[in-house]
Design a protein around this ligand. Structure first.
Ligand SMILES: [Mg+2]
Length: 212
């Protein structure tokens, strides 16, 4: 293969997600007055800026239990913790076989594969359960290691999360490609010397293997 190291974003690159499913689920459990006076809207819940509840969850400053504690009072009376967690996780779909095969093919060729994801404890638990038989080790069949924002206390596009990955793996960015569906994340990687590929869905498979 052309590169020694392949670093992949998770959502929309490895894992299919549909944020609209979470927005729809939240609109069922938020108060009817959400658009006017509720402290939080469905859209807020998916836009996790630093310093917000969602932003804190993403960098592991709060646990899943704490996250639910903080959001539950904003929901309709009678909404359960499970309903809230299910709405939060509703966007998680599947990891298609062709992407699994492509990752295994990269590893079999001698390349190293890594995941670098902005995520949170609840989503990862659900992803392990729904896509990897409930076990992180099963996900590690496809990746040499997982670099997750909630465990690293850092998030893309902060250059520090990339520097931490470089430091822990010892990889040379010039021999590595980073694949993400968000240009702002690629911009940071590019500035640090990584090759980059903007990709949604299966595009990266075709692009990386076209001259193989
Ligand atoms: Mg993504």
């Amino acid at each position: 293969m052309r590169y020694k190291n392949y670093i992949f974003d998770q959502g929309n690159v490895i894992l299919n997600i549909n944020p609209q499913l979470s927005l729809d689920a939240f609109s069922q459990i938020l108060p009817d007055s959400a658009e006017n006076s509720a402290p939080i809207t469905a859209a807020d819940l998916l836009g996790g800026a630093v310093g917000t509840i969602v932003g804190d969850f993403q960098v592991g400053r709060i646990t899943t239990e704490h996250f639910i504690d903080k959001l539950l009072p904003s929901m309709r009376l009678g909404v359960t913790r499970k309903q809230l967690l299910d709405a939060w996780n509703a966007l998680i779909l599947d990891v298609p076989q062709q992407r699994r095969d492509a990752l295994l093919r990269l590893r079999a060729s001698g390349a190293r594969t890594y995941m670098l994801s902005n995520t949170n404890d609840a989503h990862m638990e659900r992803i392990y359960e729904k896509c990897f038989g409930g076990c992180r080790d099963n996900m590690l069949e496809y990746f040499d290691d997982l670099f997750l924002s909630n465990e690293m206390h850092l998030a893309k596009p902060d250059p520090e999360i990339f520097n931490e990955l470089i430091c822990r793996t010892g990889i040379n960015p010039a021999e590595s490609i980073f694949v993400d569906d968000l240009q702002k994340n690629l911009d940071t990687a590019s500035a640090l010397g990584f090759h980059t590929l903007l990709s949604t869905g299966d595009y990266w498979i075709h692009k990386l293997f076209e001259n193989y």
